[in-house]
Design a protein around this ligand. Structure first.
Ligand code: HEM
Ligand SMILES: *[C@@H]1O[C@H](CO)[C@@H](O)[C@H](O)[C@H]1NC(C)=O
Ligand SMILES: *[C@@H]1O[C@H](CO)[C@@H](O)[C@H](O)[C@H]1NC(C)=O
Ligand SMILES: *[C@@H]1O[C@H](CO)[C@@H](O)[C@H](O)[C@H]1NC(C)=O
Ligand SMILES: *[C@@H]1O[C@H](CO)[C@@H](O)[C@H](O)[C@H]1NC(C)=O
Ligand SMILES: *[C@@H]1O[C@H](CO)[C@@H](O)[C@H](O)[C@H]1NC(C)=O
Ligand SMILES: *[C@@H]1O[C@H](CO)[C@@H](O)[C@H](O)[C@H]1NC(C)=O
Length: 332
């Protein structure tokens, strides 16, 4: 037996030991290595949300999109370079919020000063999303920690993992199903649209030249449709025009989204469709009538989202900067 093989055999048990402790996610993962993690996150999140009230929605959406494309691994934070077109550059076309990117970069900077090389960008994003949801009135849920950041981020991976408002309900259900989420979970997660906004281009076909017989989608409340037409009248010239997803309580995480759907106040075609499709309507009615049931379902589904395809041990790294891999990129 060669010396190196003997060495390898001797090392094996300790190697497995290391990887099994490393790969275990816990809610107190940083208690010893970065005891101020939660305190620093809380402080930054509070400041940012108060200064920029759109941060909560932007961060929740950023986290969800990161998770759905190859798992919750901060792959969405990577900037493209000469050798690689990153996820972010497809996603940016889906108008992910700049405030959310800024928040994660700020948090990483603060945490690198406090405990260098310890806290992963994917854990920062997961905690930021949870803390912000809670801060704007939503449920608290446990977030397991110890994710590693991805070693890849590729724009072509995005296609087919992110639902679009112009998809049929069957297509949307199938996208969620391919990541292991059932219809009820999909309806509960869509309740995220109780906060934030959507650009006019995402729903313009519902309010302008809808059909030969109607200017706007008849499933819209007429007053609401007229309001949106006014709001979006210049949207082709000013692509920044946007409407609140939840017209009644736009900044508050509550079950108003589902009540809106029952009254024709759903903004995106995919939102409104939840209230008419017989597979999804019962859950819309349940969550509209019982906020506790919505919060429980949302919290449970978010716990599931937040551990989707996470990278552990050698499958990833703790990035030094959230927008770049640790190793210098090479062409390949
Ligand atoms: C069911 C399928 C879904 C579709 C078709 C969809 C589509 C969209 C679209 C088109 C926007 C507007 C983007 C913009 O114009 O800036 C949006 C916003 C948003 N989405 Fe979704 N979404 C879906 C599910 C989800 C889920 C599951 C979550 C999170 C759990 C989520 C969270 C958000 C949030 C928070 C916003 C507001 C973002 C902001 O204000 O910056 N969405 N969504
Ligand atoms: C870890 O820290 C959190 C908050 O800082 C605390 O609530 C929790 O009890 C700690 N857990 C352990 C096992 O020490
Ligand atoms: C994003 O939008 C820009 C400008 O509209 C377009 O040139 C580019 O091809 C789009 N990228 C993707 C990945 O869809
Ligand atoms: C759906 O919307 C996307 C993005 O706006 C667009 O690229 C695509 O062509 C649309 N698909 C259909 C079927 O209208
Ligand atoms: C709607 O259609 C009319 C004529 O059919 C056209 O003049 C107008 O520009 C269209 N409006 C939009 C917002 O597409
Ligand atoms: C659209 O543009 C017109 C002309 O510039 C302006 O008077 C109007 O206030 C604009 N509407 C909105 C909703 O910004
Ligand atoms: C609302 O949902 C919660 C959680 O599922 C349940 O315990 C409660 O009984 C429901 N309330 C009503 C009025 O149905």
């Amino acid at each position: 037996m060669s010396i190196s093989l003997v060495l390898l055999l001797l090392l094996l048990p300790s190697l497995t030991l290391i990887s099994s402790t490393e790969s275990k996610l816990t809610t107190d993962y940083y208690n010893k290595t970065c005891p101020k993690f939660h305190e620093i996150m809380q402080q930054l999140i509070t400041e940012k949300q108060l200064a920029f009230p759109t941060t909560a929605a932007g961060t929740l959406r950023l986290f969800f999109h990161d998770c759905m494309v190859e798992g919750c691994d901060a792959s969405i934070l990577i900037s493209s370079n000469a050798f690689n077109v990153a996820e972010r550059d497809t996603e940016i076309n889906y108008s992910l919020s700049g405030d959310a990117f800024d928040l994660i970069i700020q948090a990483k900077t603060a945490l690198e000063l406090q405990c260098p090389g310890i806290v992963s960008c994917s854990d920062i994003l997961a905690i930021a999303a949870r803390d912000l949801v809670t801060m704007v009135g939503g449920p608290y849920y446990e977030v397991q920690l110890g994710r590693k950041d991805s070693l890849v981020s590729k724009a072509p991976e995005v296609e087919g993992h992110i639902a679009r408002p112009n998809m049929t309900m069957a297509e949307i259900v199938s996208i969620f199903a391919s990541s292991g989420f059932n219809v009820q979970e999909m309806v509960a997660l869509s309740g995220a649209h109780t906060i934030g906004f959507s650009h006019c281009s995402e729903f313009s076909h519902r309010i302008f030249n809808f059909s030969k017989t109607s200017d706007y989608d008849p499933s819209l409340n007429p007053k609401y449709a007229q309001g949106l037409q006014k709001l979006c009248e210049n949207y082709t010239k000013d692509s920044g025009m946007a409407a609140f997803n939840d017209v009644m309580t736009p900044g508050k995480f509550d079950n108003m989204y589902y009540l809106n759907l029952q009254r024709g106040l759903g903004l995106l075609a995919s939102d409104q469709a939840l209230a008419s499709d017989p597979k999804t309507k019962p859950f819309v009615d349940l969550y509209a009538s019982n906020q506790t049931a919505f919060f429980e379902a949302f919290a449970h589904a978010m716990e599931k989202v937040s551990v989707y395809k996470i990278k552990i041990g050698k499958m990833g790294e703790v990035r030094h900067r959230c927008d770049a891999f640790n190793s210098i990129p090479t062409s390949n």
